[in-house]
Design a protein. Structure first.
Length: 419
């Protein structure tokens, strides 16, 4: 046998095998590229962030800053009870890393940045398959003259990715164009900009009082969202600045439970990261403040009770107390299963929610400083659950009929519609 010929033939065979492998790899890369840019994406509900799980979207606004984006920081964000993150990330590489970190810990990101603004369609095509992606940021608090341009921008993003959220916050009542009624402002936006949900910010607690327009804002926004057949999200203020105080747990709960009582399907905090004060959840020196712990406590309570709110429809929202907020309605008729519901002169939000064959009665203490004594009686033969702070249920008939509600707190009772 000629060993030289055999070795030469083997080398030729291995060379041909290597060339074939490279060709297959190259063609595979081309094919993957074609999938990424050309193939229709699989159908997906843009509002299904958690693959069908019944979880409450909780968004950190101005979240982990670009220069601090690490796996540890995103895990910290999740530990605080957040499952959605939004913040400006200045470069493409940092944005991709943030998406990776979010995916690793089980959070999703609302994407923004220069690339999206300059090339919305192409950028959306590039990121649409990232598991850490929740959606795209359009802008914040637009006036009505911006709607046409925003509508065009939104449609360009949807051309690249129709399967993720388009996110934007509308102005609160009193901050829009003076010549335009607030309902018209919302309706004109809905007509012009093809978003999947509506969101607005209104920070009601100033110094030591609640702005008189806050509940009116919730009334109008909830009604207009229902009219548009879109869910809505709302905010709580997590940072002190100007006349806004350092938030207490009672302040946070009052805002969040009021939002949910009006039917909000997602909640948000402004802001998570420091914007100049040490009393933000994350401080100037990049450390946790006591507010971070307060957010964590509230978020875990909200998530434990999320099944009462997520996917529920509002039957009605009413108010109790000596005085009720402007633009709201007084509770005059109780659900048939309830014999008595009283709060004395103290103010409360009372909401009836419904999901499938289940109804939920939600009562929120409207004060962030004073206890509310809620007296409620149910028909003796009824089957009513009290949903406790940790989400567990126990028959309401096991409890005394008066509940000492802490400031800003919420009581939830549930029953089947057939009862």
């Amino acid at each position: 046998m000629n060993m030289n010929k055999s070795c030469s033939s083997l080398r030729h065979f291995l060379a041909l095998l290597a060339i074939l492998a490279c060709a297959i790899l190259f063609n595979g890369c081309v094919y993957r590229s074609q999938i990424l840019y050309d193939s229709p994406p699989p159908k997906k509900d843009p509002l299904d962030f958690f693959d069908g799980e019944e979880r409450l979207p909780i968004l950190a606004w101005w979240s982990v800053v670009a220069e601090e984006a690490t796996l540890e920081r995103y895990q910290e964000l999740k530990d605080c009870g957040f499952n959605l993150s939004f913040g400006y990330i200045d470069t493409w590489d940092r944005a991709m890393k943030a998406l990776d970190y979010a995916e690793a810990v089980g959070i999703k990101i609302i994407f923004m940045g220069n690339d999206l603004e300059k090339n919305p369609t192409e950028t959306a095509r590039k990121v649409k398959y990232r598991p850490g992606l929740a959606g795209y940021f359009l802008r914040d608090e637009p006036h009505s003259n911006m709607f046409p341009e925003l509508g065009e921008y939104a449609r360009k993003i949807l051309e690249g990715d129709p399967n993720h959220l388009l996110y934007l916050n509308l102005l609160p009542i009193g901050a829009t164009d003076s010549f335009m009624p607030y309902r018209d402002y919302i309706r004109n936006f809905v007509k012009a900009v093809p978003v999947q949900l509506l969101s607005f910010d209104h920070y009601p607690i100033v110094i030591d009082y609640i702005r008189p327009t806050w509940y009116e804002n919730l009334e109008i926004f909830a009604e207009e969202a229902k009219r548009a057949n879109k869910p809505f999200w709302a905010f709580a203020l997590a940072t002190n600045h100007g006349p806004y105080p350092v938030p207490t747990i009672a302040m946070l709960k009052l805002q969040m439970y009021s939002n949910l009582a009006y039917g909000a399907q997602g909640v948000q905090y402004f802001t998570y990261w420091n914007r100049g004060e040490d009393t933000h959840p994350i401080t100037n020196n990049r450390k946790l403040s006591p507010v971070w712990d307060r957010l964590r406590e509230v978020n875990h309570e909200l998530q434990a009770r999320a099944y009462a709110f997520v996917g529920s429809e509002v039957v009605w929202v009413r108010h109790l107390g000596k005085d009720i907020p402007q633009g709201t309605k007084r509770l005059e008729q109780l659900p048939k299963i309830v014999k008595r519901l009283e709060t004395g002169d103290k103010g409360a939000v009372v909401s009836l929610l419904e999901k499938r064959q289940r109804q939920y009665l939600v009562v929120v203490n409207r004060s962030f400083t004073e206890q509310l004594n809620l007296t409620i009686d149910f028909h003796p033969d009824s089957k009513v659950d009290r949903i406790r702070k940790d989400g567990t249920k126990l028959s309401a008939h096991k409890y005394f009929n008066t509940y000492w509600m802490e400031p800003g707190s919420c009581e939830i009772f549930a029953w089947d519609k057939t009862d």
